[in-house]
Design a protein around this ligand. Sequence first.
Ligand code: 5GP
Length: 193
Amino acid sequence: MSKGLLIVMSGPSGVGKGTVLKEVMKDESLKLAFSVSMTTRAKREGEVDGVNYFFVSREEFEQAVKDGKMLEYAEFVGNYYGTPLDYVEKLRNEGMNVILEIEVQGCLQVQEKEPDAITIFIVPPSMEELEARIRGRKSEPEEIIQQRLAKAESEMEMLNKYKYVVCNDDVELAADIVSVIIRRQMEKAQKKA
Ligand code: 5GP
């Protein structure tokens, strides 16, 4: 059995990466596994520890970095986010294609370590639509919303670092495009093996 693919999905916060991903993951033939990240940010309503994220303290996070346990990590709007390496490797060695939903700095680190990673950037139909989506979440104070919007602007400038750019105007269509990208890459990997 060949090692699973590493897929990185990024995009400004509020673009709906999670929703697109949920749709893509319904297709079991893609053999996808979601990499659960570690974060120091507070849990949002409805989020579950170990499912959406592993919620940890700053001390625990810094210790994991020191111990070399992270494939990548970054600080985003005042909190740490990172990908535990063991978990990703275990799944890939079982033949699963692992999806990382991470921000741009983390993606750059992954590309350094894993040049074959399939990188996909999700863009909103417009910046106005993005702002409306971020505000619609109503879970964060204005200051954080402003920080996320500023971050979104700067992240959009990095999309040329990605192999594929997909617009999330329509969730099902965006999910279909992402599925095709993954399927083609699986076929390519199989031919190589
Ligand atoms: P949120 O707070 O909205 O869940 O996530 C904020 C940002 O952190 C998003 O862009 C998300 O993709 C990113 N993120 C989530 N997990 C990780 C991770 O493990 N590493 C990195 N570098 N970014 C992450």
